[in-house]
Design a protein around this ligand. Structure first.
Ligand SMILES: Cc1ncc(COP(=O)(O)O)c(C=O)c1O
Ligand SMILES: [Zn+2]
Length: 401
């Protein structure tokens, strides 16, 4: 059972019954380098095997459930809440992908997130924050609805706006001015307030700065980055639990996962556990995590030297445009998952990113180049002989748009 959130950097801890405990109490504008992670005491691990909604199936492993229970909600009411707030979530398909396996000459298993809520895995991260908010509201722990805030112009924004709309909760989406107008219209149609942020003389991403200002003014960080909201690392783990419960008979030899901000791989690794080597894949046009891994290798307690370890990538570029985060915000969780599972990092050439996208375009399901980027890492490793033996797994993490 989750009992608390603890900061991986400074060790500060917050009990799980605390409402709106999004960030480390020691974090500040001047020192944002903190990361709250759920702490499991190992006491309750019951899974409802017959249940196909992962939020209900794995609720007893989840922080939102522990939060609700610790504040007096009955288990039956947590089930009702999950069915009403996250009723559209289903365990997503995971199986041997015959045509990719045939094309590559190795056993490839694929987890298909393309038909998931809002067409990608991103909603998994955000639904835990919403379950926390709705539980807090029902329990009388909050008595107003502060707006949600997110900085994104991709799958995360769409997932956030979709979940907010389903609960009629106000949301501000901060986007760069160059965002595709059609995408903006989609967010508008969901009732989100879209804020286009001009670049100013200040350094850094203007949408991110506007997001931080909104949070400082009381908005909920409805973020898919652990340092901005540790609660996104809660239900995000469902993807790893689902894979762990559906492994091939002889297990997996490797799990390839694309790294942008890194919350995805953090959660997948935490849910799947350390028995499957986790391979962290980045594109050659944006590989800050691989560089950070090398720097961290030569340091004691690299968590305490965040800004020396995680150096932003200048001028990111790739066809896989959803993993162009110049920083891997969740590098601590990804690094732990890679090291504890005996995995490694691979930097895929752009030609492999393109080849993976083309391969899946010809086999299905319709997947974006970001969604096939993990496969690009596998293809890269097959050319260098670095792929561990045994079936390799990938996540087709987002639909082609
Ligand atoms: C489809 C898809 N896959 C993978 C990722 C990477 O996830 P993360 O940023 O948590 O590393 C993203 C991020 O935008 C995405 O949209
Ligand atoms: Zn801290």
């Amino acid at each position: 059972m989750i009992i608390a959130f603890r900061c991986a950097v400074c060790g500060s801890s917050v009990d799980v019954d605390q409402p709106a405990s999004w960030t480390c109490p020691s974090a500040s504008v001047d020192d944002p380098f903190h990361l709250l992670e759920p702490v499991d005491d190992g006491s309750v691990d019951e899974v409802d095997r017959g249940e196909t909604n992962p939020l209900i199936r794995y609720r007893r492993r989840s922080a939102w459930w522990a939060f609700a229970r610790a504040n007096g909600m009955s288990d039956a009411d947590t089930v009702r809440l999950a069915a009403s707030v996250g009723g559209a979530f289903r365990i997503t398909p995971f199986g041997r992908h015959e045509r990719i396996s045939a094309a590559l000459g190795v056993d490839v298993w694929a987890k298909d997130e393309t038909n998931s809520v809002a067409g990608s895995h991103k909603a998994r991260h955000l639904i835990g924050i919403m379950l926390h908010l709705r539980a807090a509201e029902e329990l009388g722990l909050i008595n107003s609805r502060p707006p949600l805030a997110i900085s994104s112009c991709g799958n995360a924004a769409l997932a956030a706006a979709t979940i907010a709309a389903s609960q009629r909760w106000p949301i501000n989406v901060f986007v760069p001015t160059w965002m595709d107008p059609a995408f903006g219209s989609g967010l508008d149609a969901l009732g989100a307030e879209v804020n286009r942020c001009e670049r100013t003389s200040d350094a850094g991403d203007p949408a991110m700065s506007a997001f931080r200002r909104a949070v400082a003014d009381g908005a909920v960080p409805f973020s898919v980055q652990g340092p901005a909201n540790g609660w996104c690392l809660d239900t995000g783990r469902t993807i790893g639990w689902e894979i762990a419960d559906a492994l091939p008979a002889d297990g997996l030899g490797s799990m390839y996962v694309q790294i942008g901000g890194g919350a995805f791989a953090t959660c997948l690794g935490a849910g799947l556990g350390s028995s499957v080597p986790l391979v962290a894949v980045q594109a050659e046009g944006c590989a800050p995590f691989a560089a950070a891994m090398e720097r961290a290798d030569s340091m004691d307690e690299p968590e305490r030297h965040w800004s020396e370890v995680m150096v932003p990538w200048s001028e990111p570029g790739s066809l896989a445009d959803g993993i162009l985060d110049d920083e891997t915000y969740d590098w601590i969780g990804v690094r732990r998952a890679v090291l504890s599972s005996g995995g490694h990092c691979v930097v895929a050439r752009e030609s492999s990113i393109v080849a993976a996208a083309e391969l899946v375009a010809s086999t299905g399901p319709p997947t974006s180049p970001t969604g096939t980027a993990g496969l690009a890492g596998l293809m890269e490793d097959l050319t260098t002989g670095r792929c561990p033996s045994g079936p390799a797994a990938v996540v087709l993490s987002g639909v082609a748009r």
